[in-house]
Design a protein around this ligand. Sequence first.
Ligand code: PA5
Length: 451
Amino acid sequence: MIVRMSERFVKDFVAEKEYQAVVAEVEKAHQTVIKGDGAGNDFLGWKDLPVNYDKEEFARIKVAAEKIKKSCDVFVVIGIGGSYLGARAAIEYVKSPLYNNMKKDTPDVYFAGNSISSSSLADLLSICEGKDICINVISKSGTTTEPAVTFRIFKELLEEKYGVDGAKERIFATTDKARGTLKDLADKMGYETFVVPDDIGGRYSVLTAVGLLPIAVAGIDIDSMMAGAALAREQLLFNTDEKSNSCLKYAAYRNTFYRQGKTTEILAAYEPSFQMMCEWWKQLYGESEGKDGKGIFPASVIFSTDLHSLGQYIQQGMRNIFETVIQIRDSGDKVIIPFDANDTDGLNFLSGRELSRVNDAAMTATLFAHTEGLVPNIVLRVQDRSANTFGYLVYFFELACAVSGYTLGVNPFNQPGVETYKKNMFALIGKPGFEERKAELEAKMGDFYEY
Ligand code: PA5
């Protein structure tokens, strides 16, 4: 098993009867996912994706990645939400959060279009000066404002630098197979396109072209990643025995804690390379469960960094939280603490030891501290930081999320709430068709803009 659960730090918080009642519901929810007869079941494409993906497109992704690697110094990936987080999470998890600063034979990868900040876009444009650039613009709907505006700016830059024909060799579009503004533009301009399948929502799309092209450009083995996801599907989707299925256990514990009034789950990891995985996980669970006045609020920390900030709250603040701790058994690199003849810092008792052992001690110490502070801790033991393990983890969390969502009684595959801000923003920036809403908002605005 690539992901195992330890129940050592949760058992004391849960009565067996209480847990078994939730397990019964989780098992039903698992069947709903297997049979595909629940709410939002037209978005279950992720379930069989690891074995049932478009092999022709997969081969084309590899060819495109090689072409991009050869022709640019900087690869700009433009997208937001599910069209952004998974690829960045993979690159940071498997390679490093410092990927762009590392010695490597792959281009630097930058992510853009995930905010509307002029300063961060200006910074990126200045990084691109004098460099060869390729772009992957990703938007399932093809109409999301943040990536669309950013793409317009980069498209102009590339056309000025390489000419319209040269630019089209450097622009890759990942979008709906038939519909949307981006698809129309890509077809008109002759960009190579990749598809976000109809039956896979943005936050479940990292193992489609959405994630695969940027991940492959970063030199990560996407075959191994898909194999990891396929193994997870085999071990987790088809194993209906909760006792030996850590994915079902995870769904069951988090729902049990939710029912106890613990409405915030903190995903904690001891590796900075997991930070963007946490962001990907927050979107997956936040958008899937937070609706109908329900849902666990997904938060995250990186320890031991955040033990020196949020650690205080977790230890002694409001007791409405539980933690899910990621323990990466082999983080990849060995650093040995040196011997110092003077021992002025008094640390010679650690000399010759691996730094990762100190990290392990920090984790175990914190597990005891936080559970003594009445915060239950689910521990998920993850094998390593390989592409294979990343693929497995993605599938683990996606399946657990679908099962959790059905257990909670929501449709885990829609995100109707995301539209509310979008409509207001369209109205305020003067998008045609939103005039009525604009008038309504302006009437309510009062002196808000006078500062
Ligand atoms: O999960 C989702 O569906 C959303 O977060 C989308 O991924 C995000 O809004 C970006 O949408 P699009 O890919 O259509 O630009």
